[in-house]
Design a protein around this ligand. Sequence first.
Ligand code: 4FV
Length: 252
Amino acid sequence: MWIGALTIFPELFEPFLATSLIGRARERGLIAVEVRNLRDFTEDRHRVVDDEPYGGGGGMVMTAPPWVRAVRELSAGHSPWRVLLSPQGRRLDDAKVQELASRPELLLLCGRYEAIDERVRELVVDEEISIGDYVLSGGELPALVLIEAVSRCVPGVVQQASSVERDSFRRGLLDHPHYTRPPAFEGLEVPEVLLSGDHAAIERWREREALRATLAKRPDLVPGAALSAEQRAELARARADSEACKPRSGKG
Ligand code: 4FV
C-alpha cells in the first residue's frame, strides 16, 4: 500500500513513521509512506502557501495553486484516492478505515491555517475525512491517525491477524475486559473462568463481557452489531433485568 502525505510540517511525521508497528511495516515493505512538503510546490522565493481571505474575516486561507500542483505531481505514476483531512469531512470509523485500506494508494492532504481555498476541493479532492467534531491546528495528527488505523488492516502489519479481527468495532462491539499477571491485585481477582483453561467457557465469557461493556459504554453500537447466540441470550437477559428494575406504573 502506498500512502502519500502533503503538509508544511513533514517533520511531524518522521518519529511516528519510524516507530513500532508502522516503522516495521515500512521496513518490511508492507506499506510505503511518502511525506512531501507543500512548500516544495510553490513558485515564489518566499514559498508562500497562505493569503488573506477574500471577503475579509480573521485568519489566513491556504492558496490553491501549490496544492493543485502538488497533488497532480504526486499523482504522476500513482492514481491515489485523494483525502482532505478536515472537520467538514465524513467521520472516520472502522467501516471507513476498512474501505480506505482496500485502496492501493491514498494521498492525504493536511491543511493548516483557518481553511483551504474551496477550489482545492473542487479540483483535486475525492473525499473529506474528519477524525472528530473539534478543531485542530492542522491535518497532520488526523492523517497520522488514519495512517495507523488503515495500516493495521494491511495483511501482515499486525502479527496476530486474529487480534485485528477481534479488535473493538470489527464486530460492532467494544472489546471484552483483558487480564494478565498478577492473578490478584489490591484485592481485585482475575475472573476465575480465565484461569480455568476451559476455552469454550472463556470464549462464552468474553462474548458476554463484550456485549456488557458495549451496553454500558456504547449502547448506540448494539443495534448494528453482529451478535453471537451467546450475546443475543445475554442481551435478552440484560433487557429482562432492566425491565424487572423498571418501576411499575400505577395503572392496573
Ligand atoms: C480536522 C479534524 C481539523 C481545521 C483547520 C486544520 C483543522 C486546520 N481534520 N479532523 N477535526 N483540521 O480540525 O480532520 O487547518
